[in-house]
Design a protein around this ligand. Structure first.
Ligand SMILES: [Zn+2]
Ligand SMILES: [Zn+2]
Ligand SMILES: [Zn+2]
Length: 318
């Protein structure tokens, strides 16, 4: 396989990845300090990055990997792949200027630490996560993604799982346990409502008839005729182009003068129901698992960003 090695700032060597990505093959970790993606096929890039993240060898999964800004437009169509969150982000024109310090730190960390692949053979994900985020000096932050189950995703952890349901459950489990064991501290960011059954955030909220739970409703405007105090929906007044009061048979001409519109009521279009009512219920339909539920039944999830604690750095990495 042809390999292109570049010499960049500060003597850093970079391997340009093109065929490796098309063939989904892991390059030799020892022949360059960093890897730069040189491939415009977003799906292939995603597959490759996921394979790197899942790799057990710290020399591979900790490798600094960059995307090139010139491909950004092409990748943009595949925004839901979260490519930049599956690696170290973009560089512009092979310029590493403000990344030199962090690249040096990562390569030193890989060399110095006794992170031999055996440590990771048991697939201790927390250990991998700790090593990765420590080497990047970054917090574990969520990103909003329509490709994830709840809409809130921790892409680098979730990349370890094939199904989005597994990714959701296991990621939350790892983060929660690590928090309870003082390996992570957390910072509240948002509250989200998710399906009580499958935890999906892809929900359809709609008004429902309190009698039959149907949701094919029509909002009807109410008319109040001042002269005879009759109140009914607008359609009962309509006679051709005119509004005629069904009670006193007078024509209504000027809103605010002889009549007003005090509000609206709902009409249920279910033919066996035809209920008229003022306060509809709200029902929630889960697009993912089709479960119907009331808003009060939804699961409440707090969204946090996480930070490695001193305990994690000293106990897990040593
Ligand atoms: Zn109804
Ligand atoms: Zn009237
Ligand atoms: Zn559901």
């Amino acid at each position: 396989m042809s390999e292109k090695i570049l010499n960049l700032d500060n003597g850093i060597t970079a391997l340009l990845l093109e065929e490796h990505i098309d063939n989904n093959e892991i390059p030799d970790a020892d022949i360059a300090d960093i890897w730069i993606v040189n491939n415009d096929k977003a799906w292939n890039v995603k597959k490759f990055l996921v394979r790197i993240i899942r790799h057990q060898d710290p020399k591979i999964f900790l490798k600094p990997i960059f995307l090139q800004k010139s491909f950004k437009k092409t990748y943009k169509e595949y925004k839901n792949y979260n490519l930049k969150h599956l690696c170290d982000g973009y560089i512009d024109d092979l310029n590493l200027k403000n990344k030199l310090g962090s690249i040096q730190f990562i390569t030193d960390f890989i060399k110095k630490s006794n992170l031999n692949p055996e440590i990771f053979q048991e697939n201790d994900l927390l250990k991998k996560i700790t090593a990765y985020y420590y080497s990047r000096d970054k917090n574990i932050e969520f990103y909003e993604s329509s490709d994830s189950l709840s809409g809130y995703s921790y892409p680098r952890i979730e990349a370890h799982y094939d199904s989005i349901a597994e990714a959701y459950t296991n990621t939350r489990l790892i983060l929660n346990n690590a928090y309870k064991n003082d390996f992570l501290s957390r910072h509240y960011v948002d509250t989200s409502h998710i399906c009580k059954k499958c935890s999906s955030g892809f929900l359809n909220y709609r008004e429902e008839c309190p009698k039959c739970r149907g949701h094919n409703l029509q909002a009807r405007v109410l008319i109040h005729h001042f002269r005879c105090a009759f109140v009914a929906t607008e359609n009962t007044f309509q006679q051709g182009e005119k509004l005629i009061c069904p009670k006193c048979k007078t024509e209504l001409k000027n809103i605010g003068v002889d009549y007003d519109k005090p509000g609206k009521i709902f009409y249920c279009k279910n033919h066996t129901c035809e209920n008229e009512f003022q306060k509809p219920l709200v029902g929630v339909h889960c697009i993912n698992c089709k479960t119907e539920q009331a808003p009060s039944e939804l699961k409440l999830e707090k969204i946090y960003n996480y930070e490695l604690t001193h305990k994690a750095i000293t106990e897990i990495l040593n």
